[in-house]
Design a protein around this ligand. Structure first.
Ligand SMILES: Nc1nc2c(c(=O)[nH]1)N[C@@H](CN(C=O)c1ccc(C(=O)N[C@@H](CCC(=O)O)C(=O)O)cc1)CN2
Length: 376
């Protein structure tokens, strides 16, 4: 239970005790009635309420209603500080999706003798990018996608990257092409991303795909993997989106902007909060769904979160941690410890959106291969 819910419950309890008859079962009924606000906490609530009511009615010296109300207030407040949101487990959802993809790929291979192919281009020697590319390759192997990899030196020219893209565009065994971002600063990202054929743009970053995502009554061939993963998590956890207020924190081309477009396509009312937004806390506190993608560890505090909202944390920020083997640990953009006491559901970092990014890449690659081979 959240602080706001605790206050509401206490106020309802106050009303209840001022009007209740001496009939204990009636009191219990009224108290347990309060639980509908947060049904998933019902058993704890029920137990607590029963104990208090029974105690109030059977004590040798019957207690005044105000002392019972005070006790209820204390217990509700304690419940507020102990409560924790449902964890949206991206790691296990991603595993489920990989299994679904693997079985589709087997079916495709058996029916038409074709497996999907994914080409990955990595430029430079960023450690994190090399790890992501390695993980993508492993994920491809695990589901039966053939992967092709090109690693280029940091000082390679943009022309060289474009030459590889052109080769993969023309290669029928390659269904998806991905250029790992960020690129070295001397390269023009837009030139590179635009060069990827839209039929093979499994990252969904070609402006033609993004343009279709932004337009009503147009369907992009591919949707960027991280925002697609966020929406998939909301769907698989049964979170309603239609008509809800959503706030996206961050407006990057990779996550924030396409996430806002996707939420809008799902009929949410969407606000985008960015570095120039005045009162970001106030706007975020209005949201039923928050997607945080700013790249700043723990920026979104518990006080930004509306009680009962759903929080999707896209941030993967390394923070120093002497106790960790690597010398750092990963933290999200949302202060998990605080937000998880207020939200109704939240993604952890790691193990939330990150694994979904790769699962969605596999899903897009399978879709590309199906489309190229006219296989349903
Ligand atoms: N071409 C692209 N470049 C980049 C993308 C992208 O979608 N396409 N996104 C990010 C990086 N990224 C994939 O490329 C990515 C980031 C994080 C994860 C992930 O699984 N994270 C784990 C933690 C991993 C760890 O321990 O280090 C988690 O959150 O649980 C997957 C993919 C930028 N570039």
């Amino acid at each position: 239970m959240t602080s706001a819910a605790a206050a509401a419950a206490t106020s309802s309890a106050t009303k209840m005790f001022s009007t209740a008859t001496d009939n204990c079962s009636h009191r219990i009924f009224l108290v347990t009635d309060l639980q509908v606000r947060r049904p998933w906490r019902s058993s704890a609530f029920l137990r607590t309420s029963r104990t208090i009511c029974t105690h109030a009615c059977t004590a040798a010296s019957p207690r005044s209603s105000s002392s019972v109300i005070n006790e209820l207030a204390n217990i509700f407040t304690a419940m507020a500080t102990e409560a924790s949101a449902k964890v949206i487990d991206g790691k296990s959802v991603a595993k489920e999706i990989r299994e679904e993809i693997a079985s589709e790929i087997s079916r495709m291979k058996e029916s038409i003798g074709v497996v999907p192919g994914l080409a990955v281009i990595l430029v430079g020697d960023r450690k994190d990018s090399a790890t992501y590319v390695r993980n993508k390759k492993k994920a491809c192997e695990s589901v039966g996608i053939k992967s092709y990899e090109v690693c280029l030196a940091e000082d390679s020219s943009e022309q060289e990257v474009l030459k590889y893209i052109s080769g993969f565009n023309d290669d029928p065994s390659v269904n998806g092409i991905l250029v790992q971002l960020p690129l070295p600063s001397h390269m023009n990202e837009q030139n590179v991303l635009t060069a990827v054929s839209i039929e093979k743009d499994v990252d969904g970053f070609n402006p033609l795909n993004i343009g279709c995502l932004a337009m009503r009554d147009r369907e992009p061939l591919f949707v960027p993997c991280t925002p697609k993963g966020c929406i998939e998590l909301l769907h698989r956890y049964g979170v309603p989106i239609k008509g809800k207020r959503a706030v996206v924190i961050g407006r990057s081309n990779i996550v924030g902007m396409p996430a806002a477009l996707l939420l809008q396509r799902e009929d949410a009312t969407v606000s985008v909060v960015h570095s120039r937004t005045k009162n970001p806390e106030e706007i975020t506190r209005e949201a039923d769904i928050v997607i945080a993608a700013v790249g700043q560890a723990n920026m979104v505090r518990g006080s930004w979160i509306k009680p009962g909202s759903v929080v999707i944390d896209v941030g993967i920020n390394p923070v120093e941690d002497a106790e960790s083997k690597r010398g750092y640990r990963l933290a999200g953009d949302v202060c998990y410890e605080e937000a998880s006491k207020i939200a109704s559901a939240i993604t952890p970092v790691p193990g939330g959106v990150g694994p979904m990014t790769i699962a969605m890449l596999l899903s897009n690659t399978l879709a590309a291969a199906k489309r190229a081979n006219n296989f349903q």
